[in-house]
Design a protein around this ligand. Sequence first.
Ligand code: WT7
Length: 653
Amino acid sequence: MSDDRMESVLKEERVFPPPPSFAANALIGDMETYRREHRRSLEDPDGFWAEAAGELDWFRPWERVFDGSEAPFFQWFVGGKLNICHNAVDRWADGEKRDTPAILWEGEPGDQRQLTYGELKTEVSRFANVLKSLGIHKGDTVAIYLPMTPELAIAVLACARIGAIHSVIFAGFSADSIKDRVLDADSKMVITGDGGWRRGSVLPLKSVVDEGVEACACVDKVLVVPRNPGGERMACEMRPGRDFWYDEVVAGVSDECPCEEMDAEDMLFLLYTSGSTGKPKGIMHTVGGYSVYTYLTSKYVFDLKPEDIYWCSADIGWITGHSYIVYGPLQNGATVLMYEGAPNHPEPDRFWDIVDRYKVSIFYTAPTAIRAFMKWGDDWVEKHDLSSLRLLGTVGEPINPEAWMWYHRMIGKERCPIVDTWWQTETGGILLTPLPGVTPTKPGSATLPFFGVDAAVLDPEGNEVDAGLLAIRRPWPGILRGIWGDAERFRKTYWCNWDGRYYFPGDGARRDKDGYFWVVGRVDDVVNVSGHRIGTAELESVFVEHPNVAESAVIGVPHEVKGQGLVAFVLLRGRDAEGSEELRGELNDLVAKKIGKFARPEKIIFSADLPKTRSGKIMRRLLRDIATGQALGNVTTLADPSVVDSLKEKYQA
Ligand code: WT7
């Protein structure tokens, strides 16, 4: 946990009540209603969640709202039948919103597409029929490795429609990461593209997939979606019998495809995320609870109205995109903007240009992006008319009060509430958040729990404390249902504290006198780099694959823009035991190959020794002190205290 952050949030006393004009028009506009409904959601959770679920279409009603008898394997809406694609697409396409835009899309080069709900239904149905024609059935796992084009949303929805389990792999991951995820999930098909644009160049997705699936016997089809539908394809090598161009297979398929009737507890998707071991975990989400939870949080946290243009700048490759680009907003019948590329292409004002041209009214982004905009300078913002904005959001990591204030002043012009939303891949949806028409906000605080969420800050014994571990004391509909293929790890990771009674998210937090939550950061060996979760153990296991590396220790350090950055201490052996630029390059390449470029550390320090206890445990705490230039903690338990001085020298060099 960062001491810097602890210090700055402890000093934060500013409070920003929602602007009265916002509150007057909000779906929930007064604290009294929030308090009453929150209380009701805890006192009568079955009644509360039944009412929320009743706002969606069900093919068959549930028999029981909640079943906790197999804890921590919880079930929601037991016996109910539904399809999230029906609620996200058909419900609107077959009604008054048929001609309302569902997706407004802009490619990085500036090309644009728009899909109404009616068109989205047709596209999703056709895609679903293509999947079926290539042998995909309900319960099969399909990996998706696509750029941020409408086809990514369409592919995800098409899987949901036929009951295939999607496993989206962020398009920045390497071939090796694809392989690990495809094998773990036993994916039968990989959906990829011929390319996608990022910062002015084309990502060669297909060739990365080819390398990734080479050793994956489970994959029998690779479906390649052209980046420019109806236009020119980018060159790809196609293996006959395995690889299919989407535009060829789709010609002639029907645009009718009924939604599969899914059991509420059937799997919807897997999404891999990093934990404190070397192996990423496949987080499992099921249809019913996830539908209801993403629907309700989207509605109230973003105060969605029919006239809104809603933009979440995340990638669908992460949970934010699953829940708050695709499923949540579309289940509310919203108009969602999607942008393919980088925020600073061709210039650092691309986002503000988009807000201006599309008249975006709700904008949801990450603190790391906000800090980058701050750095690029106010001039880029001032060039554009941002008066369409009415609500701002942040997610992914703690936001520092300075960045919050800049967002509030420069982007929100002091008119727009900011919702700082705390949640995780595992939680499916937002758990701690202001309600924009209700909650007075404090810069840096995710404020209060959403309906149905019983959050607390506890010590290891379970007593409520001002600063300690964040705990969620009862399950909510969107909670993960497990880790794919590893029930033991599921129990150990999330149910290890408080006799397994409460969910442990791995974050530390503080609670102030108003009951507001201030999430301080991870307390496990997970580092949040630009909102991407990276396990230090994962990186360490990459380094030791290099023949010259004997051992390594990776830590997270505060980073001005990324929130946290990675520093690797690497112990060498054999050739080049001193370390060289060449070796540094090799190690960076190895990280890019094994995980992805985004996981490369800020700094690699070669060292002849690492600070260890007499029992041989690396003292990461000391490494963190060295990296942050702090007074060193207790060194008396070190086997060789002199190691620290030489490391300090190297770090500062
Ligand atoms: C971790 C989850 C939630 C979608 C994106 C990241 C940190 C997330 C906040 C916030 C403080 C936050 C936590 C959490 N985090 N949002 N508003 N304030 N910290 O999902 O990759 O599953 O990471 O991100 O540490 O545990 P994720």
